[in-house]
Design a protein around this ligand. Structure first.
Ligand code: AMP
Length: 640
């Protein structure tokens, strides 16, 4: 098996000038790197300091994770895009990370929270959501790609280097598909994503905790819009996530909102009496008050006060807030975060005194009430808040990148898989289960289903390589899962599990979960592969990354279209008696139009548009049929 760093050092791939760490955040994103040998003089002894640094993007460290599309569909990212949130909400996409790897079903109750249009492409599908702007469709991978591309190209300009490899961070609770989506976004931006690491792990690395080799770390991350707490255990310098808990809709914005509400109440006003702009301005003043009172020299004085006159509903309001009023107002929110801390501790089966380090991440941990609330729970530990909480994750990712570049001899090298391992899915796509550079041993399972009614056999073909289409990768083997009970398409639940043991043997197991039918094979992925062949495969993956991803996105849209045709046809077949002749004809026409586009291999946007048309047309019928079914079920109940 390859060791991290060896491929990079000895490979034929041209050495990139720098490998970066990227924090692709919900509110802001940052990029950092470790500059080459900087000599420093410590007590007369010359040593080489390898300190990570944030790379400024257009002169600023923080890049708002916001994408704006102008009327010609041309995108901008960052501060300019952020300034468009209020002016052109339907064209300005923020909080992209919340959409990543999520289906419409996951987001249905949150769709009102944003000003842009989230598309319900197919209510039965688990496919990722799409955003529609001026008749064009974007998925969260493409949006994250735009953010990454902006960061990458601007950082390249700033440092006058090529950036080709990166470590990207994700929240610890991100599932496999969200991690894969992040990887794909990086690939699309021309980045070879060497590692996806957890944000709390990156923060711990930035504090040098990894060097301690063992212990338990609690990472408390309170940002602008999200909160999460993670408990990690460190063994031999390797972190493992024991538990995570949090609230993806709780952050500094909510502290601001509660202060604004406090003022409204004090002045006997309700939010309905204020215009949207006035309300927005009130929240901005609330944030100003919070930040002002959070300063060390002010915080110590309970009676210290913020004061500002604000003209709204045609009167002048004098807004005042003392430190103690601030504390009382936001206490319930901080209390919520503490509940998560205790929940994470109990999930990890740890007592507070078993935590060796606490690390603070996220801009809102600058509110001193956070530290004040945590200290009594962890009186025995020093709470790490020395590093800028906005930057700590990106800085940690940069250190990890430096390790992968082979620049740090003090860090343990782990066995890793040199090439990605996956299976073939509809349309000849490679679905990666174990990404390259994963440390071994490792085990991963994912669920699949059938696409044809009554399918009783399923071929599982196992491939290795970095290309998006299996035809370009190396086939390792295949087997047939036989004896699946005949069921309608998309009903069987087939779990495929990849387990790579320390000797590099891959065990692939397939199991139909409803019936328990299972089958297993053993494969040795590196058998017969020379180092130079591995390098060639890596290089091919890297050189074709962008066109490959395009192919993949197109194929996924085709797969979604096929599924939509199938589901809509079955629906009409089964429920024809509840539809008028005109409705049936209208649906059939739209299904036919979609089928033609699929057969003609039309472009992604046209297929997406037709999926949406068909979906919008049939949705009221589906709801009607559902109401009838519920009505019948209820009738059945009363008769009993
Ligand atoms: P992040 O998403 O990590 O960039 O955090 C942004 C949040 O941090 C916003 O809600 C800010 O109001 C909050 N924040 C930034 N600076 C301070 C400060 N000095 N005191 C309290 N909250 C702050």
């Amino acid at each position: 098996m390859a060791k991290i760093g060896i491929n990079i050092k000895q490979g034929k791939i041209e050495l990139p000038k720098v490998i970066v760490g990227i924090d692709l955040g919900t509110t802001n994103s940052l990029i950092a790197y470790v500059p080459n040998s900087e000599k420093s003089d410590v007590c007369g002894v010359e040593s080489i300091k390898r300190e990570p640094r944030i790379i400024p993007v257009r002169g600023q460290g923080l890049v708002p994770s916001v994408v704006y599309f102008d009327e010609h569909g041309s995108p901008s990212v960052g501060h300019y895009a952020k300034s468009k949130i209020a002016q052109e909400p339907e064209r300005t996409i923020f909080s992209v990370k919340r959409l990543l790897g999520k289906s419409y079903k996951d987001l249905a109750d949150k769709a009102d929270y944003v000003g842009y249009k989230i598309i319900d492409s197919d209510s039965t599908s688990e496919a990722m959501v799409k955003i529609e702007i001026d008749g064009k469709f974007y998925n969260p991978i493409e949006l994250s790609f735009l953010i990454l591309k902006e960061i990458k190209t601007q950082a390249e300009k700033e440092l006058s280097v090529h950036i080709e490899q990166a470590v990207i961070t994700v929240p610890a609770y991100f599932n496999d598909s969200q991690r894969q989506a992040t990887r794909d976004a990086g690939k699309l931006a021309g980045l070879d994503v060497l590692r996806i690491i957890n944000e709390p792990t990156a923060a711990s690395i930035a504090y040098g905790i990894a060097e301690k080799k063992s212990g338990n770390v609690l990472v408390y991350d309170l940002g602008g819009g999200t909160f999460d707490v993670s408990i990690l255990t460190l063994e031999e310098g390797v972190f493992e996530v024991l538990a995570t808990h949090g609230n993806t809709y709780l952050g500094g914005d909510d502290l601001d909102r509660s202060i604004a509400e406090f003022w409204l109440k004090k002045h006997q006003l309700t939010s309905n009496q204020l215009s949207k702009t006035e309300l927005q301005m009130l929240r901005m003043i609330a944030e100003e008050a919070k930040i002002y009172l959070s300063q060390d020299e002010i915080w110590g004085h309970a009676e210290a006060q913020f004061e500002q006159v604000f003209q709204c509903v045609n009167i002048n309001l004098t807004l005042t807030l003392s430190v103690s009023e601030l504390q009382n107002t936001v206490a319930p929110l901080i209390g919520e975060t503490l509940k998560s801390v205790h929940k994470a501790l109990s999930d990890a089966e740890l007592k507070p005194d078993q935590i060796d380090e606490v690390v603070l991440v996220g801009g809102s941990t600058r509110y001193p009430g956070v530290m004040q609330a945590l200290m009594p729970i962890f009186p025995h530990v020093f709470i790490n808040n020395r590093i800028n909480p906005d930057e700590v994750v990106a800085l940690g990712a940069a250190i990890e990148a430096d390790v992968l570049a082979g620049n740090r001899s003090d860090v343990l090298l782990l066995d890793v898989t040199p090439l990605s391992l996956g299976i073939e899915t509809a349309g000849g796509l490679m679905d990666v289960l174990i990404p390259r550079n994963s440390k071994i041993p490792t085990r991963l399972a994912r669920e699949y289903t059938t696409s044809v009614d009554g399918q009783v056999n399923l071929k599982v073909s196992v491939f290795q390589g970095e290309r998006e289409l299996v035809g370009e990768n190396r086939k390792l083997g295949e087997f047939i899962l036989k004896g699946i009970p005949a069921m309608p398409a998309w009903l069987p639940k087939i779990q495929i599990q990849f387990a790579l043991n320390p000797d590099g043997i891959l065990k692939v197991a397939a199991k139909e979960l409803r019936s328990g039918v299972e089958q297993e094979v053993e494969i040795q992925p590196t058998y017969g592969l020379t180092d130079s062949q591995v390098e060639e495969m890596l290089l091919a993956g890297f050189q074709n990354a962008q066109s490959d991803i395009e192919l993949r996105l197109n194929q996924e849209t085709i797969n979604e279209g096929n599924q939509m045709v199938y589901t809509a046809e079955r629906f009409i077949e089964k429920n024809g008696q509840h539809l008028s002749a005109e409705e049936i004809a209208g649906s059939k026409q739209r299904i036919e139009d979609l089928r033609c586009l699929l057969n003609d291999k039309a472009d992604r946007n046209s297929i997406n548009k037709q999926i949406e048309l068909l979906n919008d047309y049939t949705r009221p019928f589906a709801e009607r049929v559902m109401d009838i079914a519920i009505g019948q079920a209820l009738k059945g109940k009363t008769l009993d």
